[in-house]
Design a protein. Structure first.
Length: 279
């Protein structure tokens, strides 16, 4: 029973606190189920744009769920809020493990980024201000969008122009030492193997190993009482980014866990708005 409770906590606590202003906004246009990779079943986007014809900065919103659950609707309320503030949002459906293990989700996020940049004019997006925004497993994928320079086939990728990452998993090397036990089954489902079998594969799936000198700015949040993803994952990412000369901010949220109080979530919103507007 305890394991079942832990699974439930992991799959539900990754979601942000409910929005106080649900997604009912007549000034926001919604393009639903836009295919970003026609050859991949279910590779769809929901694009929220402010009314008007300006090229808008865009958040690429990546849901959490341990890489095995969740869907693009998780961030619809947040997308509506940010669009009401003049920031477009694209909520991404990516392939889930165990049916589609690593690197499927990573390839999907990179493909979505390329699609949005290539089709920016059609949706009134600014192709030079695409920002990945994700929490937990989605935080991991937001880091991938900012750092990984080749897809799984070796093709060069286009990284986003900024990253907002919340409680991200950033380094899955030596997972028995770096992760909490609750995460181990999800990691192995995502990776489709154990670390002892394929340590190089785990290293390749770790965003921290992909940091490069041309990486975009990062805004990082983590609850200091998170018992799902260790706060050290964000701290280490921040240190490595700074060592590489990449602009980065790290905000440790006191007494917050893997999900957030409304007060903290509104703080995340406020700082995210500032971050996007300064790019």
């Amino acid at each position: 029973m305890k394991n079942v409770q832990n699974v439930y906590r992991l799959l539900t606590s990754v979601l942000p606190a409910p929005s106080p202003n649900p997604c009912q906004n007549n000034s926001v246009k919604i393009h639903s189920n836009v295919a970003y990779s026609p050859s991949t079943k279910g590779a769809l986007l929901d694009i929220f744009t402010p009314e008007g014809n300006d090229p808008y900065p865009t958040l690429i919103m990546l849901h959490g769920g341990g890489w095995i659950s969740g869907d693009k609707s998780s961030f619809h309320d947040e997308a509506s809020f940010f669009a009401s503030q003049g920031i477009a949002c694209a909520c991404v459906a990516y392939r889930l493990a165990p049916l589609h293990p690593f690197p499927a989700a990573c390839d999907d996020v990179l493909a979505a980024t390329k699609f949005l940049r290539d089709n920016a004019k059609e949706f009134n997006l600014d192709p030079k201000r695409l920002i990945a925004f994700g929490n937990s497993a989605g935080g991991h994928l937001s880091c991938i969008a900012g750092l990984q320079q080749h897809d799984s086939k070796g093709n060069p990728t286009e990284n986003v122009d900024g990253v907002i990452t919340i409680c991200p998993i950033t380094d899955i090397r030596n997972p028995n030492e770096t992760q909490y036990p609750i995460s181990m089954s999800f990691l192995e489902q995502f990776m489709d193997c154990s670390y002892s079998q394929f340590p190089d594969k785990y290293a390749n799936a770790s965003p921290i190993t992909h940091i490069h000198e041309n990486a975009p700015p990062f805004l990082i949040f983590h609850g200091d009482s998170d018992d799902i993803v260790p706060p050290e994952q964000s701290k280490s990412l921040y240190v490595h980014l700074c060592q590489a000369g990449i602009p980065a901010e790290y905000h440790s949220l006191p007494e917050e866990g893997h999900s957030f109080t409304m007060e903290s979530w509104l703080h995340i919103r406020e700082l995210s708005l500032e971050f996007v507007r300064t790019l």
